[in-house]
Ligand binder design. Structure first.
Ligand SMILES: [Zn+2]
Length: 343
């Protein structure tokens, strides 16, 4: 227990447990340093049953992962949790998380100001670290690149929401309370579309999944010959970005235009990030990163929206870790703590 109370990792332990705490499931894997193919175990996260239940689920999934890997407590350096929302890496308190909370009558009350790492660590008898999921993901991608001279990276995680992470000068940027790099909520169009956060014109309001689908429908209205109409008639409830991507590959001009326009807006955000952080790489993560034409359109737009001398040394690449980004990033939080304790 002393290890947990001091939050110091076990320095000589060969394993870390990475945890990806999502709105539907919580996944965990026992990993050695450098592992990129984690064998994950999964449980429902019971996100709407309140904080106690979610914490208990995290404890349970870590124990399950350790059981299936056959490792004991003293072989584990610590547990690292990637979670959507705003979590303070010093106090271990989740200030806000969109996926978690409880129902009060018919109202969903979000996870607000809930202690997280301390109670989970106490129940496990292990030090627990936590970070925003997109922040953890950039750590994983950075280590995956594995080149000593790469010290500066910006990552965009594209999905329903848009997350972000920055490694600057070889350190994960967390801000004063763990809230840094909410890159989906920087404004790219003054007075623009309304965003879920309450502001107008955020990147997420132009490049989040809902915005992309709305864009597709708007463009389809003007292009009645688009093959997207056949797809939406087949199954109205299943109209997703992957369908727009499939039709773009087949050559549908409207589907291609959806990714071109999405890339245009994404590139404004990427250009801003390059000017602010002078990264060597901009990494695009999330399932839609592979949408046909998106990455190229985003890079073209990015290069029109940055200072040339800053952008010329920056490459745009897709993320490599895919579904494992959260679990691998969680484990990397532990190895960061080990390295910090050693230095
Ligand atoms: Zn916003």
């Amino acid at each position: 227990m002393a290890d947990f109370q001091s939050r110091k990792p076990r320095l000589d332990a060969p394993y870390a447990v990475g945890v990806d705490l999502g709105g539907q499931n919580v996944r965990a894997a026992v990993m050695r340093r450098g592992d990129r193919e984690p064998k994950t175990v999964s449980l429902p996260s019971d996100a709407k049953e309140g904080a106690d239940r979610v914490r208990a689920r995290v404890v349970e999934v870590v124990q399950k992962a350790m059981g299936s890997a056959g490792v004991t407590l003293d072989q584990v350096a610590g547990v690292g949790v990637a979670v959507a929302g705003h979590i303070d890496p010093v106090t271990g308190v989740i200030h806000w998380s969109p996926n978690f909370g409880h129902m009060e009558g018919s109202t969903f009350k979000m996870f607000l100001e809930e202690p997280f790492t301390e109670p989970v660590g106490a129940a496990l008898g292990l030090p627990v670290y936590a970070a925003n999921d997109a922040n953890a993901a950039v750590l994983g991608e950075w280590k995956h690149i594995g080149k000593a001279n790469v010290t500066d990276i910006v990552m965009f995680t594209l999905g329903t929401g848009i997350g972000g992470g920055v490694v600057s000068g070889g350190r994960l940027l967390t801000g004063s309370t763990g809230g840094a790099v909410e890159i989906g909520h920087h404004v790219i169009v003054a007075g623009g579309r309304k965003c879920g956060c309450g502001t107008l014109g955020c990147l997420e309001a132009y490049c989040g999944t809902d915005a992309i689908l709305e864009r597709a429908l708007r463009m389809m209205e003007r292009n009645l010959e688009s093959s997207l109409w056949h797809r939406i008639e087949e199954d109205k409830t299943n109209f997703k970005p992957i369908i727009i991507s499939e039709e773009a590959i087949k050559g549908d001009a409207t589907a291609q235009a959806v990714w071109e326009e999405t890339g245009y807006y994404l590139g404004i955000g990427m250009g801003n990030a390059v000017n602010l952080f002078n990264p060597q790489y901009v990494i695009l993560g999330g399932q839609i990163r592979n949408a046909t034409g998106l990455l190229a359109a985003a890079e073209r737009s990015m290069r029109r929206h940055l200072v040339y001398s800053i952008g010329r040394t920056c490459s745009v690449i897709p993320a490599e870790l895919g579904d494992h980004a959260g679990v691998v990033g969680g484990a990397e939080l532990v190895w960061e703590a080990v390295d910090a304790a050693r230095s």
